[in-house]
Ligand binder design. Structure first.
Ligand SMILES: Cc1ncc(COP(=O)(O)O)c(C=O)c1O
Length: 368
């Protein structure tokens, strides 16, 4: 079976973790954490990094920084992971969703303005499968309506939008370092901000609201969202070879595109001229005319030794959200279609060209 993802770790990664282990800094404080935060923030073009336990809680802290009031609204794409919606709901606010662009599968920025109300406070932009959102028009809308922007760059390490790195836009940006991400710490995440005040607040929220001056005096509710120094050491070593990691991922993406772009019956994520994506995961949408949906395609690919993952189901179709009275009567046809017809292929950093050939041969056989 060709796995959908396998992390690629090196001797330098192992040595970095062993160094951290031997140093005795094994919990949520230590020099590797600070170095990892500084290096990642610098790589992405931001002033501050706040390392946290995973990407979902990075979003939790980012939303906490928005200081939402019950009834406030945040606009986000329906086609995303539930980690984006949960912190909005926990704040008592309302997620308001838009459909995806049919070509890039990222949020359709043209739909955003019509969803703004007097209660709208923020927009969450999610770069899907390593392809950036069209940020300039989105930032223009945010500015005109005085809204904050949270960037979810969990899937877009190293991606660029008009020459600017993903993770450098808006008030804050969030990353995941899960095992299938370009940089991985096993579990892990980071929030990036530019403002000193927000960085300090985020550090406090990450660490139970402890205060630098009087540790056990609490003035707000915080969390234990700390990343360990061992995890940070693993991530830090990978930043040294970020150019290689991104290049490798792009080679995998290009190899798939060369083999699949002329294949009838499927649609691929279209890379826009203003974007330099990183092909976090290589997705395809199988056309209904083939008589297949993603579940059937996945089953047949599995029989041929190819592991895949389905696309996410949009937020507006999630029972746990609908039973809260959200999204009643709303329909987002692009997200609904790709949720049923889309899957992603093996895309991990260890993937070899011969395996890509086998995967594409399997897709060809199933479609034939
Ligand atoms: C777009 C996006 N946001 C957030 C997350 C959450 O990250 P984590 O799995 O580290 O909690 C993911 C995870 O894959 C993601 O793809």
């Amino acid at each position: 079976m060709i796995p959908v993802n396998e992390p690629l770790l090196t001797e330098a990664d192992y040595a970095s973790v062993m160094g951290a282990l031997r140093s005795g800094w094994i919990s949520g404080a230590g020099p590797h954490i600070e170095a990892f935060e500084a290096r990642w923030a610098n790589y992405c073009g931001r002033a501050h990094g706040i390392a946290v336990a995973n990407g979902s809680v990075a979003l939790q802290v980012a939303v906490s920084l928005l200081d939402l009031r019950p009834g406030d609204e945040v606009i986000l794409p329906t086609f995303t992971i539930i980690s984006c919606a949960v912190p909005i709901l926990l704040a008592g606010a309302r997620p308001v969703v838009v459909d995806c662009d049919p070509l890039t599968w990222t949020m359709d920025v043209a739909q955003v303005e019509s969803r703004i109300t007097p209660r709208t406070r923020a927009i969450m932009a999610v770069h899907i499968y390593g392809h950036p959102v069209d940020m300039d028009p989105l930032l223009g809308i945010a500015e005109r309506h005085n809204l904050q922007v949270v960037e979810d760059a969990a899937e877009a390490h190293g991606a660029e939008y008009r020459g600017r790195r993903a993770g450098s836009f808006g008030t804050s940006s969030c990353f995941s370092f899960y095992a299938n991400k370009l940089v991985t710490t096993g579990e892990g995440g980071m929030l990036l901000v530019d403002e000193d005040r927000l960085a300090e607040h985020a550090r406090s929220l990450r660490n139970l609201g402890f205060q630098p001056e009087r540790r056990f005096l609490h003035t707000e509710l915080g969390f234990n969202f700390r990343l360990t120094n061992l995890q940070a050491a693993l991530g830090l070593a990978q930043i040294d070879r970020m150019d290689d990691i991104v290049a490798r991922k792009r080679r995998i993406g290009q190899a798939y595109t060369e083999r699949l772009s002329e294949m009838p019956g499927i649609e691929l994520q279209v890379q826009q001229a203003w974007a330099r994506g990183v092909y976090w995961m290589y997705g395809l949408v199988v056309r209904e005319e083939t008589g297949l949906d993603a579940a059937e395609l996945a089953k047949r690919l599995k029989q041929r030794g190819v592991e895949t993952r389905p696309f996410v189901l949009g937020m507006h179709e999630q029972p746990v959200l609908r039973e809260r009275g959200l999204f009643a009567g709303e329909s987002y046809p692009v997200a609904e279609r790709i949720a049923r017809q889309g899957l992603y292929l093996p895309s991990g950093l260890r993937l070899e060209e011969a395996q890509i050939d086998r995967v594409c041969q399997a897709v060809r056989e199933v479609l034939a």
